[in-house]
Design a binder for this molecule. Structure first.
Ligand code: 7RM
Length: 636
């Protein structure tokens, strides 16, 4: 029997050791016992990081939607698969059972077929967080089409780039979307994008906000009438283990976005296994990940991982601040959410607000709290732990990437003792390594270096769409025979990992390597500070000096900035040392963030260096107006 469900720490270590000693046996047993295969593999793994080429479960045939839906029908047909919570709390929650999901996906898949979509074709999905998003993703998978979900907050330029890069022939969108008390004209954005996308012959439009939109004759079709006519049965198209399942774009530090290609069997096995263990999902649990399906977190841990386990997964259309800052907690209470998974940026935003918003609700259903997306600072960790978890729910700080497909380093809740800011231990099958500047592995504990992965895991991206050379150069050339993550990390005395941030966030000041995270942690301790970001800028003597961009809490507004700067530098001196003091401080109303909540330090670096001639790709910014404000403030 394989060890699919880890329940205590000794078991983790035993499973982990076994997974490293014999990775192929380890994954083969899990694959064999927990999934539905139409044909078994002939070879578990073949790999060569020099090419690079990785294949898992070669020879196997399957359909991932049979694993996520059909096989649950007999035992869980009436169980809620997707619990849809709309933007507006007055609108009704929707409970979509596995049976209903099966019918919806089948119908949608038949519509895709009727519109000429075939196995291997790329379909761009540009939808808000409504059931059609999950359903269309699964409908593509049902017929072996490759979905490319583009987050429906991206601009028309960003959308067009992504449609063209992988030659999508179809776009699926809505008339518009709700975001808090605003609506967004999604169809207008699609129309603008398609002016430069010749390959798109069909646009399927779902109605969401009932706005007046222009339908282009021959190209645009309302989804609902097509669904009404569609057959409720759609035989799953059986695909090969290494057939592509989806493409998902991730922004590079420069240049055009990278279309990461994920394949079918390995991705399914890994996301299912990690979902089960990292969230300790039990049959009657209600799991909620607040991410958007437009990000990898939503693909792996709203759709595929949970559904492969027959789970109930919440899909939330709205934002944390509407109708007020209690919305998340209201939903937790209403649906008795057991696992709650969100991002540090959301936690910090909520921590800025009155605690009454949290305390008003009964959060006692919660068993596991998760975080992902960036290093979580200590203050945010404690706020989450104290006020949401009531010191009673373990926090899983899950480190992973779009490229890794699934969670790589994370505590197993109720097994791994947690420490704030530590992602702790590698999951079974994951072999991390820390590297020094000369490309050598740093062995032992209490060391810091660049984080690599030495051995393939089932859900790793196989290539960058249309550019295998870039895939090799970006991930497999810095450290021979290793996958390079782009992150720095330290390993403490007991072997726990702490991710210190992107390696490009390391700033060398007077010859000292300073990570941005600990300095930001120190600044954030100041009671008036809401959020901060540190960047380096050229300095005649130090090489680099530090500039801090700081947003204040309501309580800090109106305070004298010179005094605040002094207090903040004193905190940094106390926590890290005078070497890490800021040479320049800019108080601001906001920090430039990507739509997935990551601070775009690249832009701050430019402003701090007083070089704004070329700000690079800003199409993924959530709040471009902040950039102008910062530029003005800096007198540039
Ligand atoms: C899942 C996701 C990947 C980058 C990654 C890190 C950072 C993500 C954590 C984290 C510290 C974490 N995919 N990151 N999780 N840093 N602790 N728990 O976010 O492709 O969008 O981003 O995000 O730098 O390389 S992603």
């Amino acid at each position: 029997m394989s060890n699919y469900h880890i329940k205590h720490l000794e078991e983790y270590w035993q499973v982990y050791r076994n997974s490293v000693r014999n990775p192929e046996n380890f994954w083969e047993e899990i694959a064999e016992e927990h999934f539905l295969w139409r044909k078994k593999w002939t070879n578990v793994l073949s790999w060569d990081f020099a090419k690079p080429e990785v294949k898992w479960f070669e020879g196997a045939e399957l359909n991932i939607t049979e694993n996520c839906i059909d096989r649950h029908l007999a035992t869980r047909g009436d169980k809620t698969a997707i619990l849809f919570e709309p933007n507006n709390p007055d609108e009704e929650t929707l409970h979509i059972t596995y049976k209903e999901l099966h019918e919806r996906v089948s119908k949608f898949a038949n519509v895709l077929k009727s519109q000429g979509v075939e196995k291997g074709d790329r379909v761009c999905i540009y939808l808000p967080m409504i059931p059609e998003l999950a359903v269309s993703v699964l409908a593509c998978a049902r017929i072996g089409a490759v979905h490319s979900v583009v987050f429906a907050g991206f601009s028309s330029t960003a959308l067009a780039t992504r449609i063209n890069d992988c030659d999508c022939k179809m776009v699926i969108c809505t008339d518009g979307s709700y975001r808090g008390n605003k609506t967004i004209d999604l169809k207008g954005i699609v129309d603008e994008a398609l002016k430069s996308c010749e390959g798109v012959s069909t646009v399927l439009v779902a109605k969401r906000i009932n706005s007046e939109i222009v339908m282009q004759d021959g190209r645009d079709k309302w989804l609902q009438p097509l669904l009404d006519k569609a057959d409720t049965v759609c035989k799953a198209t059986i695909v090969k283990a290494e057939d592509p399942l989806f493409i998902l774009y991730t922004s590079g530090s420069t240049g055009k976005p990278k279309g990461m290609v994920h394949t079918t069997a390995g991705y399914m096995v890994y996301t299912a296994y990690t979902f089960k263990n990292v969230f300790q999902y039990r049959e009657s649990d209600v799991y909620w990940c607040t991410a958007d399906i437009g990000w990898i977190t939503g693909h792996s841990y709203i759709v595929y991982g949970p559904l492969a386990n027959g789970a109930t997964t919440v899909m939330f259309e709205g934002v944390p601040s509407y109708p007020d800052y209690g919305r998340f907690w209201e939903i937790v209470e209403k649906h008795k959410v057991t696992q709650f998974y969100t991002a540090p940026t959301a936690i910090r935003a909520l921590a800025k607000e009155n605690l009454d918003y949290v305390n008003k609700y009964d959060l006692s259903s919660l068993k596991v709290l998760g975080t992902v997306g960036e290093p979580i600072n200590e203050e945010a960790w404690h706020w989450y732990n104290d006020n949401v978890g009531k010191k009673n729910s373990p926090i899983v700080d899950t480190w992973w990437q779009t490229e890794t497909g699934g969670i790589m380093i994370s505590p197993i809740p109720y097994s791994t003792p947690t420490i704030p800011t530590y992602a702790t231990l590698p999951l079974p099958g994951i072999q991390p390594a820390l590297m020094d500047e000369n490309g050598n592995e740093i062995k032992g504990n209490q060391v810091e270096g660049r984080l690599c992965i030495k051995f393939p895991w089932p859900s790793m991206a196989r290539t960058i769409y249309g550019n295998h050379g870039r895939y090799r150069d970006t991930y497999f050339s810095a450290y021979k025979n290793n996958y390079f993550t782009g992150d720095g990390a330290l390993r403490d005395a007991v072997g726990y990992y702490r991710i210190t941030g992107r390696v490009d966030d390391v700033i060398i000041v007077s010859g000292h390597n300073l990570g941005t995270a600990p300095i930001e942690d120190a600044i954030n301790e100041h009671p008036a500070v809401a959020e901060s970001a540190i960047v380096g800028f050229p300095h005649d003597i130090k090489g680099n000096a530090l500039c801090g961009y700081i947003t204040l809490k309501e309580t800090g507004e109106g305070r004298n900035h010179d005094n605040l700067s002094k207090e903040i530098n004193q905190l940094i001196t106390d926590r890290i040392g005078p070497i890490a003091k800021l040479d320049s401080v800019q108080f601001t109303n906001g920090l430039p963030k990507t739509r997935s909540g990551k601070i775009m330090r690249r832009i701050l670096r430019k402003i701090a260096s007083k070089d704004i001639s070329n700000l690079g790709d800003t199409s993924t910014l959530l709040n471009p107006e902040v950039v102008n404000e910062l530029i003005e403030q800096a007198g540039l």
